[in-house]
Design a protein around this ligand. Sequence first.
Ligand SMILES: [Fe+2]
Ligand SMILES: [Fe+2]
Length: 232
Amino acid sequence: MAVDADKPASPSTAFRLRPQCPGSGSRSGKTAGHRPEGGEQMPDVFEVLKKDHDEMKVMLAELEDGPKASDGATAEQLAFRRQALDQVIIEQSKHEAAEQQYFWPALGGLGSGGARVMQDGLEQENEAEPLLAELGKLEPGDEEFEERLTALISAARAHIAFEEAHAWPLLKAAINHDQAQALGDRIAAAKKTAPTRPHPHIPPQAARTAGPVAGVADKVRDILTGRGKNPS
Ligand SMILES: [Fe+2]
Ligand SMILES: [Fe+2]
């Protein structure tokens, strides 16, 4: 098993735990996603990723429904739209970088079936990077903005659905609860130093070494420019 999940889980307040699913303790307690009776536990890899996916879906829906330049949106509304898109780019960049560091290698280590799904997933993430980079430079009043944004929303939803339907079940069947929890811990930790911008020049194989370096540079730029402050 090539799952890289040897680091012990440690307490964190970064994630809320979902309520225990009734009947989830009916098996041996070693299956990924299992929740023993009582007490709080660290989220496993699927809970960590699902929280991100759910938040991303909300942000995408808000962008889809938000007032556009063609609707006669005010300058303030368009500035809000720009900030909301920045937040999507930041969260998607961090999420995909953390997946490339730990999730996809774990899946790719499961044999040819896992490697095929990993390859498809990585291709989807790579294809999104130029679009994210392009959108990062556009303003909501620009001619191409809404067309590119619509493409991003569609691709992001399809990618999330792909991972949940094709990648998660393979990994869930192959790892136990402790491994799933340790992997979730690593992904959550990786997000803290992950890039906040797309970096198409960093290949997924170099994500663990080059990602955190790019993440530091991105965060310095974000601080200097005020990028990523929550729209209000
Ligand atoms: Fe992904
Ligand atoms: Fe994902």
